[in-house]
Design a protein around this ligand. Structure first.
Ligand code: PLP
Length: 386
């Protein structure tokens, strides 16, 4: 029903992915951008219709009582996804990174250590550091080709100033979907050290190869001590509308979160975002199903291509997200030069592994684009790395 092969020209639309290329890479004009995580697909027609309807009224002032309007819609969706939640646990806000910042500022102190599995989604690192907290990196280990947390490796670095753990599942950038036993181990670790948990589950609709399980369902400690942050913006390609939500089951944490949010603007949501989220969760199921199938096709294509033609470049076979974490360190080229080679010779932009906790020689590829770009990007990389 939907055509994900369609090329949509996004240039000159204030689009970071395409419009930043000219300033970042002056003089090269045909780069395929596969960095930033939004999609090049048109949104579902139902969402477009809802937004157009909203423009029939020509005033776009502050939104009122967004929780009342949106929490039931989100509740319905997350209940169906299996989340063990109550309606009043859902708190709508303007963005996941904004919520994470709010939680860190409210529930930790300057100088506190925050555990962050590495490689990590770069804003987690910058939010921790710009708020004068300290990243306690927990390097994930590749075991039989699967990224696993190595909690034992940081056990002796935990002290009374360590107050929080930032978990991301499905994991950006590696694409891991963590198993229940791994989460149990993580929760035990947090319980032993008295850590609050932020669980970023924004990619949870992209469970491409195995089921996703919310951490708050695992046990009481997780339920009472986790801030689950998520949004519809990845799934339905609405990142520019800035709308997200936090799930908090523990009333004390919720009260403190809400108190600190007064006058920060955290809950003053974009009026178009409100209409988009309603249309996304109630009328866009078919689009979502087809989009996920299309992404699986893109994923298969890239994995097969690299395995067959570029076996020295190892791709982590992402279980969730629309991202692939690619290891160029054994590609035969100097690792420090990989990013330059990709840009200048392949004319393909991947997000540089350095952004994810200094993983030199790695790149993150965004698969959410029409397949012709995916094929062209693979061919270009092949021509240079073969
Ligand atoms: C793990 C993760 N969290 C959060 C975000 C961004 O969320 P928001 O735009 O709501 O701040 C992204 C976007 O790529 C992401 O991958």
């Amino acid at each position: 029903m939907y055509n994900f092969d369609k090329i949509v020209n996004r240039k000159n639309t204030n689009c970071y992915k395409w419009d930043s290329l000219t300033t970042k890479y002056e003089g090269i004009d045909d780069i395929i951008p596969m960095g930033i995580a939004d999609m090049d697909f048109e949104v579902c027609d139902e969402i477009e219709k809802a937004l157009k309807e909203r423009t029939n009224h020509p005033v776009y002032g502050y939104s009122n009582d967004v929780n009342k309007e949106l929490a039931p819609v989100i509740y319905e969706r997350y209940k169906n996804k299996g989340y063990d939640i109550e309606l009043e646990d859902i708190l709508v806000a303007t963005g996941v990174v904004y919520i994470v910042t709010h939680i860190i500022r409210t529930f930790t102190k300057k100088g506190d250590k925050i555990v962050l599995p590495t490689p990590y989604y770069s804003p987690f690192g910058s939010v921790i550091e710009s708020n004068e907290r300290i990243i306690l990196p927990c390097e994930m280990k590749l075991i039989d080709g699967i990224y696993k947390m190595d909690l034992a490796s940081i056990e002796n670095q935990i002290d009374e100033t360590t107050s929080m753990f930032i978990f991301c599942n499905p994991h950006n950038p590696t694409g891991r979907i963590f198993d229940k036993d791994e989460m149990l181990e993580l929760i035990d670790f947090c319980q032993r050290h008295n850590l609050l948990i932020i669980s970023d589950e924004i990619h949870s609709d992209f469970a491409l190869t195995k089921p996703f399980y919310p951490i708050i369902n695992i046990n009481k400690y997780a339920k009472d001590n986790t801030f689950t942050v998520s949004s519809c913006t990845k799934t339905f390609n609405l990142a520019g509308l800035k709308v997200a939500f936090c799930i908090i089951s523990n009333p004390e944490l919720k009260e403190k979160y809400n108190k600190a949010a007064i006058h920060t603007g955290l809950d003053s949501v974009n009026v178009f975002g409100i209409e988009a989220i309603k249309a996304a969760y109630s009328k866009s199921q078919k689009w979502e199903e087809e989009m996920l199938e299309y992404l699986k096709g893109n994923r298969e294509y890239v994995l097969n291509f690299f395995e067959e033609k570029l076996p020295k470049i190892k791709i982590n076979p992402s279980e969730g997200t629309y991202l692939l974490w690619i290891d160029f360190t054994k590609s035969g080229k100097e690792v420090e030069k990989i990013q330059n080679i990709l840009i200048n010779e392949c004319r393909v932009e991947l997000n540089d592994g350095r952004m994810y906790g200094n993983h030199v020689g790695f790149g993150r590829m965004n698969l959410a684009m029409p397949r012709c770009y995916i094929i062209e990007a693979c061919n270009r990389i092949y021509e240079v790395f073969k």
